[in-house]
Design a protein around this ligand. Structure first.
Ligand code: GRF
Length: 211
């Protein structure tokens, strides 16, 4: 499916879902996302720093209960998140450190319209602690990936990737810091591409720059 080119003047409303620090949320708000506008932040963590960042940036921010599970949503709660985003006219969802798997109503409602950012070059090192996994394995190059979300863990079609060299004296912290800098660049770029309509989301190798 090739997405229709968006009207250059129309605003495409984006929701960011996040659980913690919110540096990618902040980078998306401050980055060049074309006609995409970060208009809503929802968190499953009442104490998340991202709530303060949203308020400083003047973005509507909500805490919503995810239900009683630790790593997934309750069915009813996920339906409420999906409905609220629908009611707000959200057209694209960006996951930015959401510590919860999306499998049900949000995925059904927003299929091919959910992106995630992951701190490795997928398909290497999916899941938690990707930077440590890369260091432990001994790769010399790692990086970050923006990908569409499917029902698996970090397994959806790749939108774009940025490479980062591993240094001999890297620690998890130093490597994570350099990857994070690239994440901040990559996410806005991916959203900009989405909004310009040049990526075909339901296929693998979906990233087709206009010639
Ligand atoms: C980032 O490393 C991102 O790749 C991963 O979670 C982290 C979120 O960081 N999915 P932040 O909250 O955006 O600062």
């Amino acid at each position: 499916m090739i997405l229709d080119k968006q009207d250059k003047d129309s605003v495409l409303r984006i929701a960011v879902l996040a659980s913690g620090r919110g540096s990618n949320f902040e980078a998306l708000c401050n980055g060049d996302t074309g006609n995409g506008r970060i208009s809503l932040l929802i968190t499953d963590n009442e104490k998340a720093d991202v709530l303060r960042k949203a308020s400083a940036l003047g973005v509507e921010a909500l805490y919503m209960s995810p239900g009683r599970y630790r790593t997934k949503f309750g069915e009813a709660e996920e339906r409420e998140w999906a409905q609220l985003m629908k009611d707000r006219g959200i057209e694209l969802i960006c996951l930015a450190g959401l510590m919860r798997i999306i499998k049900g109503p949000i995925l059904e409602e927003y299929q091919d319209r959910i992106m995630n950012i992951h701190p490795s070059l997928l398909p290497s090192f999916p899941g938690l602690h990707a930077q440590k996994q890369a260091l432990d394995y001994g790769v010399r190059i790692t990086g970050c990936t923006v990908h569409y979300v499917d029902a698996g863990v970090d397994s959806g079609p790749i939108v774009l990737q940025k490479a980062v060299h591993v240094k001999d004296d890297d620690t998890v912290e130093t490597l994570s810091g350099r990857i994070l800098q690239q994440e901040h660049i990559a996410y806005s770029e991916a959203v900009r591409l989405y909004c310009s309509g040049v990526i075909a989301s339901s296929e693998r190798y979906a990233y087709k720059r206009e010639q």
